[in-house]
Design a protein around this ligand. Sequence first.
Ligand SMILES: Nc1ncnc2c1ncn2[C@@H]1O[C@H](COP(=O)(O)OP(=O)(O)OP(=O)(O)O)[C@@H](O)[C@H]1O
Ligand SMILES: CC(C)(CO)[C@@H](O)C(=O)[O-]
Ligand code: BAL
Length: 286
Amino acid sequence: MQTINRLEDLRNAVDALKIGGKTVAFVPTMGALHEGHLTLVREARARASHVVASIFVNPRQFGPNEDLDAYPRRLAADAALLEAEGAAVLWAPTVDQMYPHGYATNISVSGVSEVACGAARPGHFDGVATVVCKLFNQVRPDFALFGEKDWQQLAIIRRMARDLDLTQPHVSNIIGVETVREASGLALSSRNQYLTEREREQAAGLSAAMRRAISAIESGASVPQALGSLNADIIAAGFASVDYADLRDAATLEAIETFTGQSARLLVAARIGAARLIDNMGVGPK
Ligand SMILES: Nc1ncnc2c1ncn2[C@@H]1O[C@H](COP(=O)(O)OP(=O)(O)OP(=O)(O)O)[C@@H](O)[C@H]1O
Ligand SMILES: CC(C)(CO)[C@@H](O)C(=O)[O-]
Ligand code: BAL
């Protein structure tokens, strides 16, 4: 595997990978890799001839009081994991390369970016859309893979690809991969490292509470009532606060007040210890 940190070298490497009509699948990450990321790489390998992964802790998607400085960075260990999974190229640009002096362009996807995590983290999804658009233009992959753990992010990237007529990748080749969980049900996340052992056990209560709320909604309970009980259950599990616990349309993320079997997603963000954890699950037809 080649680790590359100059754009010109990346372009040459990707051109070489594509010789003979070979395909490239791209897995963007912020590093601190875990089994969730590695599952994306395996899925990418199954879909394309070669895999390009990126590691870039993107300052534009962190708010002023968020964990940009504390975010775990361990490039050498991550590179070894990617190499063992058969990735061909690791693209690891610096902040100055991504946003050189004078950089002035922002991509903002309205609607789907404005609710849930977008309301709780102003500017976050502009930062995500902007960096992902740049990464797509830099790598020009045939496929790109994202985790469903970040469901709203995936919906925003698909909206952006559709709206901007992106072809590398085309929106139909932006692939969502099911959330990888610990045996306890806790969704794997780089930010789980901020949890103590006790908080990690308590955090497992989040997915259990979500599953109970989904059963209630699918059995006909009123959505506001089920979400009220879910909030209480999350706090009872040991979380300090709930940023949001919403039932939303799976694609547009519009709020759903009455569940009538439509394709819906239960999305939650809640705080425990030093971590803000997110999770989401499907409701209704799978
Ligand atoms: N548990 C998981 N299952 C599947 N995909 C995942 C999982 N965790 C992260 N991913 C995906 O990996 C990609 C890179 O995510 P990122 O590097 O931000 O990791 P993360 O664990 O989500 O970190 P964070 O703690 O910042 O949310 C994203 O597409 C994300 O959705
Ligand atoms: C997609 C992404 C790599 C953009 O920085 C990031 O938001 C992430 O890791 O989910
Ligand atoms: N995986 C989402 C990236 C973020 O929280 O900034």
